[in-house]
Design a protein around this ligand. Structure first.
Ligand code: AHG
Ligand code: MN
Ligand code: MN
Length: 335
């Protein structure tokens, strides 16, 4: 029987053999994985655990919070605040940063997360997830501040997501490719199920919310229109469409078999650069996709090169199979 490699062993080897990660970062990632296990448990219980439905509150972005948004946020904070590896955390569900309380030692890392991605799918039993990104606190003796989080995605030292679907799968990068771990519920541990994930450079599958078509900008319209023309059109092949409305699940499909995902800027809210958030959605996903051989841009620029201006900044997102992302990006510069 092939030997099973647990997440713990994978991380120890990343630390010891490959020298990729310091022990503090290893601890951090283990703790995040443990939190994801708890969230997975809560998701699985569903109505039996009383976790479905609205929390009757709004987050800083003006979105109604679900009970599970808040539960997942609390699980991640409680799991991470005492270990001594973090200086502070930031989340989609918190207005400002959460500084590790004085009663615990402060570490040198910053953790950002979307505790529960795909909130509209919680109550309908469709795949949802958690997205996270790890940065290093800039050097210096002063206390941690919100501006410390405003680093481009290229500065991330680890990123990942956990998808709560038919299986619970943790997908991780520490800058040495992408690895996938499946949760073994009997053992209670994540087991390595795929290493060196590679996304095919070409694809015949796109993911976009087509109901927003009339609001799109010209380059996005052109790209989708050409796909829809199929074999008879300029692309010379038929395309398939998928839209799960959980970025985690759409990205996971792309990680597994290729494809392109877009949540572009559109005319509904012209003053917002997009819907998805740069620091805890687009950056971690962008890095994971790049690490698997794909590409991620906002139509004009590599996502990971964007200098964030504020914590909850939004961004237009085009990511997935390299050749398709480059095509959509080139349509933007053709204008
Ligand atoms: P969140 O639940 O964290 O707010 O994120 C939802 C995001 C993303 O996961 C998904 O791709 C997109 O919103 C779906 O948006 P639409 O409902 O507009 O299709
Ligand atoms: Mn999200
Ligand atoms: Mn969310």
């Amino acid at each position: 029987m092939a030997k099973r490699i647990s997440l713990t062993r994978y991380l120890v080897e990343q630390q010891r053999v490959a020298g990729h990660i310091p022990s503090e970062l290893r601890l951090l990632l283990e703790v995040v994985a443990r939190a994801c296990k708890s969230i997975s448990q809560a998701v699985n219980k569903g109505a039996l655990g009383g976790v479905l439905g609205s929390a009757d509150s709004e987050n800083v972005q003006g979105e109604m919070q679900k009970k599970l948004d808040i539960i997942a946020n609390e699980v991640l904070i409680e799991a991470n605040e005492w270990g001594g590896h973090l200086a502070a955390m930031a989340s989609e569900e918190m207005d400002g940063i959460y500084v590790v309380p004085n009663r615990y030692p402060q570490g040198e890392y910053l953790l950002l997360f979307d505790p529960l991605d795909g909130s509209s799918n919680i109550d309908v039993n469709v795949s949802i997830g958690t997205i996270f990104s790890v940065l290093k606190k800039p050097e210096g003796d002063r206390g941690v501040e919100e501006t410390d989080f405003l680093q481009p995605g290229s500065h991330q030292v680890a990123a990942g997501y956990c998808v709560y679907g038919p299986q619970t799968t943790l997908v991780l990068t520490v800058g040495d490719g992408v690895a996938m771990f499946t949760l073994d519920r009997e053992q209670g541990s994540f087991v390595l199920t795929q290493e060196n994930v590679r996304i095919p450079e070409d694809t015949k599958e796109f993911a976009i919310n087509m109901s927003n078509m009339r609001h799109w900008d010209e380059p996005v319209r052109r790209y989708i229109d050409e796909c829809l023309q199929g074999k008879e059109g300029p692309r010379g092949k038929d395309f398939n469409m998928r839209w799960i409305a959980s970025m985690v699940a759409d990205v996971h499909r792309i990680m597994s078999r290729g494809g392109i995902f877009m949540y572009p800027w559109d005319k509904r809210e012209p003053n917002k650069p997009g819907k998805l958030r740069l620091l805890y959605e687009a950056n971690p996903m962008g890095w994971l996709i790049e690490q698997a051989g794909g590409a991620a841009t906002n139509g004009r620029q590599r996502i990971l090169d964007i200098q964030p201006g504020h914590l909850h900044e939004r961004v237009s997102v085009i990511l997935g199979s390299k050749n398709e992302v480059e095509r959509v990006t080139s349509y933007h510069s053709a204008l």
